[in-house]
Design a protein around this ligand. Sequence first.
Ligand SMILES: [Zn+2]
Ligand SMILES: [Zn+2]
Length: 581
Amino acid sequence: MTNADIARRFEEFAAILEILGANKFKVIAFQKVARTLDGMADEAADLAKTKGALEAIDGIGASSAEKIRELVTTGKIAELDELRAKVPAGLLDLLGVSGLGPKTIKLLWEEGGVVDRASLKAKLATGELSSLPRMGEKTLKNIAESLALSEQSAGRIRLGEAMPIAEFVVAHMERVPGVERVAYAGSLRRGKETIGDIDVLCAAKDPQAAHAAFRALPDIAKVLVSGETKTSVVTNRGVQIDLRTLPLASFGAALMYFTGSKEHNVKLRERAIAMGCRLNEYGLFPDDGENAPQHRGVKPIAAATEEDVFRALKLAWVPPELREDRGEIPAAEKSALPPLVQLADLKADLHAHTRASDGVMTIEELVAAARAKGFHTIAVTDHSKASVQANGLSVERLREHVCAIRAVAASTKDMNVLAGSEVDILSDGRLDYDDETLALLDLVVASPHIALKQSPADATARLVRAIEHPKVRILGHPTGRIINGRPGLEPDMKEVIRAAKANDVALEINANPLRLDLRDTHVKAAVDAGCLIAIDCDAHSREHFEFAIYGILTGRRGWLTKEQCVNCWSQERLAAWIGRK
Ligand SMILES: [Zn+2]
Ligand SMILES: [Zn+2]
């Protein structure tokens, strides 16, 4: 059981207690346990074995430690099960809808009779909820919109949820005797921000043993399909995973076929036809005018590896993230594909939080985490005063924090530690600190957090004004969208990109898988315009540095090279750029 698994239980505890209107301090205590678990380097499940080890952790009290031990040894927490029985199960599902916090849900339940999604929808339609306190027309409209958005995205899970599952499945299948090759394919391999089903391909000497091992994965709720070459399962959390077995000799062709995208594959098939060939998931075959060459003993021209097939099509191998029919095939034809940014290229993170605002790390812990990643630069950028919910810093607290950061920076010889701030962009584009205060900082990341529903014209003017501020170097999560959560700002991105380029400001790809903001298509537009990009983890805990891969995948989908990504530059070049504006 991972720390994240345990943390989820405590989040649920806090949510149910809040819906039930329990003591606020108890709610806060459980939320704190969840955050502490998320930020811990040690596994709580291991610590549970040593007497007193959990209690010794700042943020975990004796009764919470007891609950963790109960969960680790029995797989459940009796008190949580009792609590679950007190609220309709459908209410907890509503917690996933953006804008619906426990307090609102409590009100809708107790006074409006809402018990689940369906009853909320029905009551929104009749307008009967408008008689409740605090439920003005605008609030109800927002709830209806969030509900519709969360249903639109139903069935598609975020990249950050799908990737760990797929990696777990691949590792599990690799240990099965006789398995020769395993890989995940589909939109996950292309790094898309949301994924439908997870597709896993497997070449095995004994395919039936591979399918049996797949069905024996932990956390499987249901087996949907159990065939000779394909097994489909659904996990307890509702994620569908398909396993296909196929011959090793055609693994490359199958990997191409199942990686897609559909549009990219259509172009490749047309190209094969123009060359007098036929391309399918079994290989590239000479076209003899008849169907299904693979079943008639026709020898493929290429099939074993993707590189073989692309080469036979007279193309350079195309990285999966580019396979969207956005010009990658003509570029591959001329061997003109860009050298895409890679995880190992990242040498700096310029957006991170500490305990001073809403993070869980001290400045020293943040520096240590960045060092462990091999970075030469880390920027401490806690929230500004307008972000009250995130414990944003008053001018006075910021001054103290800058001193504390500089003290750590002075004693850190191997890394550049920058005193920065993630400064709120107010709704009219002004920054949340005055210029005198901003002058104290090494780096300003300006981000929108509030007023995310303003008109596109207002949003454009707001972001451009922030970009033009002489202290701003990075525009953080430019739209504020949450994937499967809220749409965020919809500015004229061309204008934003133009302003960023003109003012030498980097647009951020926030690597948090909830955000991935800039999104891939905006990155492509920015890259084409010659705009600089920053990839930052927005780390609030040590674990969040693992988000980097999602930022990298999004950057690659936008054709980003390390030359255009400031986090990949040398320490000297980055420092010069930050100090220059
Ligand atoms: Zn932010
Ligand atoms: Zn942040």
